[in-house]
Design a binder for this molecule. Structure first.
Ligand SMILES: C[S@@+](CC[C@H](N)C(=O)[O-])C[C@H]1O[C@@H](n2cnc3c(N)ncnc32)[C@H](O)[C@@H]1O
Length: 439
């Protein structure tokens, strides 16, 4: 397949060297002194006057900064996980709660937004896994962190084209942001009903194939049934704890207010915090470690579902296999920014540590990958779908747009090489086929 090079680079998976260069004033580079130990002081620019292009004024970020400072004054430094949770999903000030960060005018772009083929092939992956399992009925698709709902939209179109799934499938979306849940419902053409069952906070029937759709805050609330679980750029948004080896052992890096009480800074906890005790033994040897308790909880739930209820999970994200240590970064208007700058106004993200995921899943489920997004999509017959869409183009401009988008998705120098696919299945599933589709 020949595709013209794309100039699109508005993705969050910036090469690590760039992120690190821009954020070199970071926790692991300075030594300790005092208690709690000061590691690094970062500027925290208030963007109080920020007004959206349509004139909307949001709660003032400086108000949020004051709220965080107040919290730290009364309770002391907070974990980076707590800081991320506040910044991303605080019900009033959180980045995902208030903003629609996707696309050209937002802060970043994700694969489903780049081209419909991405969501379609993930839909096919689900159907393939479902049929390998003997087509259990009823069954459910669970999507973690659906963003604007574009992936789910393309996936539902695929399900609609497969008559055997009709009336047998339901879609369960795990989303913290009520604002994004509303956007997802519009995208999926869901007429919302009164919520009267399960633990969902929103539900209704999609006009795409008449599939019932449910929304939840947490995966634990999704009912148990054979499940095909997909998560694109979800795990990178989950809060992490950062641990660092010191002469007294592994210690947690925390967020505190500066001595003059005007800014935020990183500090090292002088005593062992609870999270240090739950890190998997194999990872304790590292000098620096980013560990997400929330990701561990989600993985526990996912492995239990695929093992006991039947099903498979597909995670696509940027990440590494235990080779990186300090990947927390902020994104604002397609630029890498300091993670403590402008809390609530910037997206915060980390690289997913796939080796840690494998440790956490040991003895619980089978894992495949990580393999590059490029390899996964090619294995899922990307080229055939691309050619079919190319034939359907009505002008050379349309052809060029499609080629550029596909190049961004699969080129190993672009998203194709920066994102990785990882799959989790129950041990029983391995008897039905050696690997999951695409791997
Ligand atoms: C980077 S976006 C990815 C969106 C989408 N999957 C895509 O590929 O376009 C992260 C998504 O996860 C949601 N999210 C973030 N933290 C979450 C959490 N703790 N629980 C549930 N959803 C969360 C966000 O609201 C958003 O929908």
């Amino acid at each position: 397949m020949t595709m013209s090079p794309s100039k699109l680079t508005r993705i969050r998976a910036f090469p690590y060297s760039i992120a690190q260069q821009k954020c070199r004033n970071r926790a692991c580079f300075l030594q300790k002194s005092g208690s709690p130990t000061v590691v690094s002081v970062l500027p925290c620019k208030s963007m109080a006057q920020l007004t959206e292009p349509d004139g909307t004024r949001h709660p003032q970020p400086s108000e949020f900064l004051r709220y965080l400072q107040q919290r730290m004054k009364s309770t002391g430094p907070i974990s980076i996980a707590e800081y991320m949770k506040e910044c991303l999903t605080n019900p009033y000030y959180g980045y995902y709660t208030r903003k629609e960060p996707f696309g050209k005018s937002g802060d970043f772009i994700t694969s489903p937004e780049v081209c419909q083929i991405f969501g379609e092939l993930i839909g096919l992956w689900c159907v393939n896994e479902w049929s390998i399992l003997g087509g259990p009925k009823p069954f459910q698709i669970i999507e973690l962190g659906p963003g604007t709902g574009t992936l789910a939209y393309d996936l539902l179109r695929v399900l609609k084209s497969i008559p055997q799934t009709s009336g047998q499938v339901s879609l369960h979306l795990v989303e913290k942001s009520r604002m994004l849940a509303k956007i997802q419902a519009e995208k999926l053409r869901v007429k919302l009903d009164f919520v009267d069952e399960h633990n969902s906070f929103q539900q209704g029937l999609s006009q795409i194939g008449s599939v019932p759709v449910f929304w939840y805050q947490r995966i634990e609330d999704v009912p148990r049934a054979p499940s095909f679980i997909v998560a694109n750029e979800f795990f990178d948004a989950l809060p992490i704890h950062k641990l660092q080896k010191t002469s007294s052992g592994l210690r947690e890096v925390l967020v505190d207010i500066t001595e003059d009480k005007s800014d935020l800074r990183f500090v090292i906890a002088h005593a062992e915090t609870a999270v240090v005790r739950v890190v998997p033994p194999k990872s304790r040897e590292r000098d620096h470690l980013e560990f997400s308790l929330e990701a561990a909880t989600v993985l526990d739930d996912v492995s239990s579902r695929v093992s006991t209820d039947g099903g498979s999970a597909l995670i696509i994200d940027y990440g590494h296999e235990g080779t990186k240590a300090d990947t927390l970064r902020g994104f604002h208007k397609h630029q890498v920014v300091e993670p403590l700058a402008a809390p609530g106004e910037t997206d915060l993200t980390t690289d997913v540590d796939f080796s840690l995921m494998k440790h956490l899943l040991e003895d619980k489920a089978l894992c495949f990958g990580p393999i590059t997004q490029s390899k996964f999509l090619y294995n899922m017959a990307f080229e055939q779908r691309f050619n079919a869409l190319l034939r359907a183009c009505r002008s050379s401009e349309e052809e060029e747009r499609l080629a550029k988008a596909c190049d961004l998705l699969i080129n190993p120098e672009k998203m194709g090489g920066q994102f990785f696919a990882f799959s989790i299945v129950g041990y029983a599933r391995s008897k039905l086929g050696p690997v999951t589709g695409g791997f």
